[in-house]
Design a protein around this ligand. Structure first.
Ligand SMILES: *Cc1c(COP(=O)(O)O)cnc(C)c1O
Length: 372
């Protein structure tokens, strides 16, 4: 139909369809599908783009998050039951990676205007068991500032980044993915840098960490048929690496288009019933999503659908209210997270991507401004 789509992956892919076909064909003709030159080339290029010494391509973003903390456990920096500080309003994968490592998530509120972890609340959440801080650059907005770095140094904590939504975003000229000790990236098809299936990566400038992650992701093996760790199988396919190598060349351009659309939204959405997140510099926001907030969110979503605008909620239920964690020991009933809960009650993501036409952006704005 003729809805303004939240994300039109077909149109996005067709922008460079022939280049992707050529890349995939190259792999088909090589007959080499895992751990080959395409992975090597993409890893080198992505590490250069992010600004780290190392990039390890893995199977998806959740594995990337999991493997960072798993490697820190193998290195003796973290042990079962240690605490990781994490924003309460993140996607479930961030929390899963912590609990699957038998570590304890300590949920910290975001701020209402910035939507990222409240940095002033990090220090009061630190206990003798705290071993790391996992920041999440949610919606494409940078979650880092110099204070986070200083707190982690002062308390000897590992600073980890969830960059699943922030490809190309930076802080004072340093890319997300190079701001802390290690970072996880997802190339899920819908992300700013998306593959043709599941894919992910870890970036770090710590060679020992990188080597352990690479080994863990390859069945725990460094030498064929010799297994040093109880590892897992988490590798990126060669066709995906080939496609991502092409796509990375267009990432900055694509992000610029998102930023132009965001500027149009900020200048033209004028409805007292709708709140927009604080506007920050383009360097600090690659607009993976454009979240808006409304007390009558569900009504607004229906109104927009009736007026030809597709939207999605990120996310309807916060992790601490999910069935899988209701009984968890760290999920105390008295846990009070009013800002996270308000975000989950009021958030609505409006169409945001690099192929939206001006006419479509106008349809979105007109519909938003017509809501009473
Ligand atoms: C997408 C996403 C992930 C997980 O990535 P997958 O590749 O889907 O496993 C992790 N964290 C955040 C914030 C995400 O948006």
């Amino acid at each position: 139909d003729n809805m303004v789509k939240l994300l039109d992956l077909q149109a996005i892919t067709m922008m460079h369809g022939n280049e992707y076909r050529a890349a995939v064909n190259r792999v088909i003709e090589s007959g080499w599908f895992l751990q080959g030159n395409e992975n090597k080339q993409f890893e080198a290029d992505y590490a250069r783009y992010i600004g780290t010494d190392e990039c390890i391509a893995v199977a998806n973003g959740l594995d990337a998050l999991y493997l960072i903390m798993r490697a820190y456990k193998e290195m003796g920096f973290m042990q079962d039951g240690d605490e990781i500080i994490v924003p309460a309003n993140t996607y479930i994968a961030t929390i899963l990676a912590i609990t699957k490592n038998d570590l304890t998530p300590v949920l910290v509120e975001p701020t209402w205007d910035n939507l990222e972890i409240d940095i002033d609340k990090i220090e009061e959440a630190i206990t003798p068991k705290t071993k790391g801080v996992m920041i999440v650059h949610l919606y494409g907005r940078v979650a880092y500032n110099d204070k986070v770095g200083e707190i982690c140094k002062k308390h000897h904590l590992k600073l980890m980044e969830d960059c699943a939504q922030s490809h190309g975003c930076s802080w004072k000229g340093v890319k997300t993915g190079a701001l802390g000790d290690a970072a996880a990236h997802s190339f899920y098809p819908g992300k700013n840098l998306g593959a043709f299936g599941d894919a992910g990566a870890v970036t770090t400038s710590n060679p020992e960490l990188a080597s352990i992650i690479r080994t863990l992701a390859n069945y725990g093996s460094q030498k064929k048929y010799m297994f040093k760790y109880v590892g897992m199988n988490s590798r990126m396919s060669e066709p995906d690496a080939a496609v991502l190598y092409v796509k990375l060349k267009y990432l900055n351009e694509d992000n610029k288009k998102r930023q132009e659309l965001a500027a149009y939204y900020y200048e033209n959405i004028k409805n007292p019933l709708i709140t927009l997140p604080a506007r920050i510099a383009d360097e600090n926001n690659v607009y993976h999503q454009f979240p808006i907030f409304c007390e009558r969110r569900d009504e607004l979503q229906k109104f927009l659908a009736d007026n030809g605008v597709q939207t999605l909620i990120h996310y309807p239920i916060p992790p601490h209210h999910q069935e899988c964690y209701i009984e968890a020991a760290w999920n105390k009933p008295q846990l009070s997270l009013p800002i996270s809960e308000k975000i989950h009650e009021q958030e609505l993501s409006i169409p945001m991507n690099q192929v939206i036409l001006m006419e479509e952006a106008k349809i979105v704005v007109d519909a938003l401004n017509a809501f009473k």
